[in-house]
Design a protein around this ligand. Structure first.
Ligand code: SAM
Length: 193
């Protein structure tokens, strides 16, 4: 049977990159729902943390409540300076913008990184951000939404999580063809990622 260095030898699966999100251009009090949805999508699709510039305690508190019930360690951290978040991040900075290079072209390279900082803008994006980014990346070259762009990037680089609760969950969804079923979770031990 072919083993060893032949083509049938299996390579260990590479770990997907750890992803931190930085949201710039948030307008506290004006669009809490959009930024909250961005954070919810980031958490559900496997990001570890979201820095929020400017800080907004209301969004951070909402996500804290979600994590208490549904598990995991995701957090929203206020960032008075987005430049500082970029300076202190140990890996490449990926800025999502419709003007960037196609995600499909860059995805294989990004997937090999250990840690990415993914930056999404709001209505206005500071010009220096385009220069400060390691990669400016487009998810289709049409205007759409920061939530959509982030979700597609996370799904492309990390896959879409299946059923199962993250560690620490108090509740877990049982998938059903119709209706809703939520059960108390035993802390999510053995759950997904
Ligand atoms: N003119 C902005 C731009 O540079 O993409 C559009 C602002 S849009 C309302 C808010 C954010 O959504 C952008 O800063 C970007 O992060 C994200 N976004 C929108 N369309 C995108 C696309 N096609 N590809 C990647 N990101 C996109």
């Amino acid at each position: 049977m072919a083993t060893g260095s032949s083509g049938s030898a299996r390579r260990p699966r590479r770990r997907p990159p750890a992803i931190t999100v930085l949201r710039v251009g948030h307008r506290p009090g004006r669009d809490p729902r959009l930024t909250t949805h961005l954070a919810l999508a980031a958490r559900a699709l496997g990001a570890e943390r979201m820095y929020l510039h400017p800080p907004d305690e209301a969004v951070a508190a909402t996500l804290h409540g979600v994590v208490e019930r549904w598990g995991g360690t995701f957090e929203v951290v206020g960032a008075p300076s987005w430049q500082r978040v970029l300076r202190e991040h140990p890996g490449p900075v990926v800025h999502l913008t419709m003007y960037g290079l196609p995600l499909e072209r860059l995805a294989p390279r990004l997937a090999r990184e250990r840690s990415l900082l993914v930056v999404v803008g709001g209505a206005k994006v500071p010009a220096p951000l385009y220069r400060a980014a390691t990669y400016n990346v487009a998810v289709a070259h049409q205007p759409h939404s920061e939530v959509a762009a982030l979700a597609v990037l996370l799904a492309r680089l990390r896959g879409v999580p299946g059923p199962g609760a993250p560690a620490g969950a108090r509740a877990r969804i049982v998938p059903r063809a119709h209706g809703k079923k939520v059960v108390a979770s035993a802390g999510g031990v053995g759950g997904r990622r």
